[in-house]
Design a protein around this ligand. Structure first.
Ligand code: 3EB
Length: 303
């Protein structure tokens, strides 16, 4: 299984953040190397999936209305996701991309993201999945039009969860950030190909401890985010002999304000080098970040 970025139809257009205006058309797709005979596809409740015998890729979306409904819809969508994993042979969830409409809006007195976190954590608990240590890598971003959409990758081997010593684990955030904590690990270490390990680093932002740093300063937020990404990589290096380098990993940069692109790119170029393949091949997406004081979030994956 490998990720490829290029000029193909954007498979996750419905309910996903858009490329920044002016970017060359680009999308990411997941390719299976398994023979056609080994592949199965299907639909289970909200989830459409493709299983190649080793890896399962799935996606689901659901239109969102009221706050209580959003919690229940999130829980129902994740219940279907876990049902697919169970039916296909107790697969392990490796990485999840969560895209929520109007993530920072308030519905029935609670932010959309916080409703989502309640439904997501409950679905993990209902399914007997690890909602705390051992949770998959993930990101959660907001878009401006379309359904709640969730894309995921699962496999037959459990991922090795990685945390960041500079940050409180997200599943232990205090309740001031919402009644239920987010359900993700800072990274997941996975063996996607024999003898090769892949690191999925979750959406990473300017958070130290559990607090947002550098509110209003996108350059400083980017620099802090890079320190967090490097800290996650250092934690991964303590768990494996594989070596990861941000300069060659696939980067996805989510910006709340497209006008911040030059400032963010300057900080990334100063740190990674302007010619770093990871930076040159980065996907730049326009998205709301899950805390209103965060301006940028970056995820990275690669081997
Ligand atoms: C953070 O560190 C920033 O709720 O799945 C990053 C990655 C964030 C995943 C999620 C949220 C999620 O808390 C936000």
């Amino acid at each position: 299984m490998l990720a490829e970025r290029g000029h193909f139809d954007d498979g996750r257009a419905a309910g996903a953040p858009r490329l920044l205006a002016g970017e060359p058309a680009c999308a990411e797709r997941w390719l299976s190397e398994a023979p056609a005979a080994a592949r199965t596809e299907g639909r289970t409740g909200h989830v459409s999936w493709h299983d190649d015998g080793r890896w399962l890729h799935g996606s689901a979306c659901i239109e969102v209305s009221g706050g209580a409904r959003l919690r229940e819809d999130t829980r129902a969508l994740y219940a279907d996701l876990f049902e697919v994993l169970r039916q296909r042979g107790d697969l392990h969830l490796l990485k999840v991309w969560n895209y929520l409409p109007h993530i920072n809006a308030e519905l029935d007195g609670l932010e959309v993201y916080r409703h989502f976190n309640i439904g997501r954590q409950q679905a993990f608990l209902d399914a007997g999945q690890r909602a705390f240590e051992g949770a998959p890598a993930a990101c959660a971003l907001g878009h401006h039009e379309g359904p709640l959409s969730v894309h995921f990758l699962a496999g037959r081997q459990a991922p090795r969860p990685i945390e960041n010593p500079r940050q409180v684990s997200a599943y232990h955030y205090p309740s001031s950030y919402g009644p239920r904590s987010p359900t993700f690990s800072r990274a997941a270490l996975v063996s996607l190909a024999p003898g090769e390990e892949t690191l999925f680093i979750s959406g990473t932002a300017s958070i130290v401890g559990h607090r947002t740093l550098h509110a209003g300063d996108v350059g400083a937020q980017t620099a802090e985010t890079l320190r967090n990404l490097e800290a996650v990589i250092a934690s991964a290096h303590a768990q494996t002999s594989a070596r990861f380098d941000l300069r060659t990993m696939d980067l996805t940069v989510y910006l709340r304000d497209p006008a911040d692109r030059a400032a963010v790119e300057a900080v990334l170029a100063a740190s990674l080098g302007a010619d770093a393949p990871g930076l040159r091949g980065a996907l730049w997406l326009h998205a709301d970040i899950c805390r209103t004081d965060l301006l940028v979030e970056i995820e990275a994956q690669g081997s």
